[in-house]
Structures are given as C-alpha cells and as structure tokens.
Ligand binder design. Structure first.
Ligand code: 2AM
Length: 180
C-alpha cells in the first residue's frame, strides 16, 4: 500500500512590524500606486524577509524552531528611506540606504544555523526590502522621495505563506529572540 505524501508548509523568516510601523510604510502606497499601478499589499501583510525556505516538511518544523532559537538576536533599528522598482518581478518596494550591521549579522547567523541543521534556503545576495506593490510597472527613473519610516526590530518571526487566488496571506507561527 502506498503511504500518503508528507505534508509540507511554505515558510520564511521575517522581520514583522508593529501595526503602527506597517501603517507608516503603507502611507507610501497611494502615491506609488498612482505612478506605477499594480496591486497594493495589504497593510497587515507588510514585512521584510530574512530567509526564504519554501516548502518544508511538517516533520522538520521542530528542528526549524530549534535552529532559530540558536540564533543570537540583538534589537536594532531599521529605517526605510526610499521606494524602488524591480522590473524582473514588477515589484515596488521600500529599502534602506544600506543594510544595518545588526540586520546583516542576524541574517548571517540565521543562515549559518539553517545550514548547520541541514535546511535549504534561498541564498542569493541578501537585499532587505518590503514589497509595497505587485504587478506594477515603472521605468529606470527614480521614484518620488518618501518620508523615512523607522522600524524597531524587537524579535524575528517564522511565517507560513498561505497565499491563494485573492493574494498573499501570512500566518506568524513563532517569535524568536525577543524578551518575554
Ligand atoms: P517578495 O515580496 O520580494 O516577493 C513570502 O513570499 C516572502 O518571501 C516575500 O517577502 C517574498 O519576497 C519572499 N520570497 C518569495 N520567494 C522568494 C525567493 N525565492 N527567495 C527569496 N525570497 C522569496
């Protein structure tokens, strides 16, 4: 008899803002939508991915939690300074001027721990960003300047992506590094 295929979940680690922090960044969306068109990401879905795993088998979830618990975390600030466009995937996104050293250290430590626990993840050069519009269209011209938005990273989270025909839906499964 054939055994049932193992269930898996689409997972990633992220920096997840408070409601006030995401609302501040969502204020950028209307002027950008006017210029670039596309589809606005819902305010409560705005986030900055740290590491993208893709499909992970259910039986590996506990090991994934342990891998994240081993990562040293120090709170840090993250300032979104400008809006940009990626033509290859038609995304308008917010980005910092440079990667804050503490964010770079967190991503490197997370990647090390994921490797040590034999998890595969997307390890192309890390570019912190928050997707604001999808299916947008723009040129190489700079987008209008936006008021800087500051996030305070107090922890990081493991998120399940539950996207459906109506768009992205995310569920935060656990938090790491924050003080209780
Ligand atoms: P995006 O917003 O730039 O598309 C959930 O899909 C999150 O994981 C989003 O932040 C998304 O980034 C990111 N993501 C999706 N596929 C990815 C990939 N192959 N590599 C890195 N990040 C990815």
């Amino acid at each position: 008899m054939e055994s049932a295929p193992e269930k898996s979940r689409r997972l990633f680690f992220a920096q997840w803002p408070t409601a006030a922090e995401s609302e501040a960044l969502a204020c950028w969306q209307a002027p950008l939508l006017q210029r670039c068109g596309g589809k606005v990401m819902q305010t409560d879905t705005l986030h900055c991915t740290l590491a993208f795993l893709g499909e992970v088998a259910e039986h590996r979830l506990e090991a994934l939690r342990l891998a994240a618990q081993e990562v040293a975390f120090r709170p840090f600030g993250l300032t979104w300074r400008g809006a940009h466009y990626w033509g290859h995937n038609h995304i308008v996104y917010a980005a910092p001027d440079a990667i804050p050293p503490a964010l770079g250290a967190l991503v490197a430590a997370l990647q090390d721990s994921l490797r040590a626990h034999r998890f595969r993840f997307e390890d192309r050069p890390y570019k912190p960003h928050v997707t604001l519009l999808r299916h947008a269209s723009w040129t190489d011209a700079p987008l209008p300047s936006m008021p800087a938005v500051h996030w305070q990273a107090r922890d990081f989270v493991l998120v399940q992506s539950l996207g459906d025909a109506h768009g992205a839906r995310y569920e935060v499964l656990c938090r790491f590094g924050g003080r209780a």
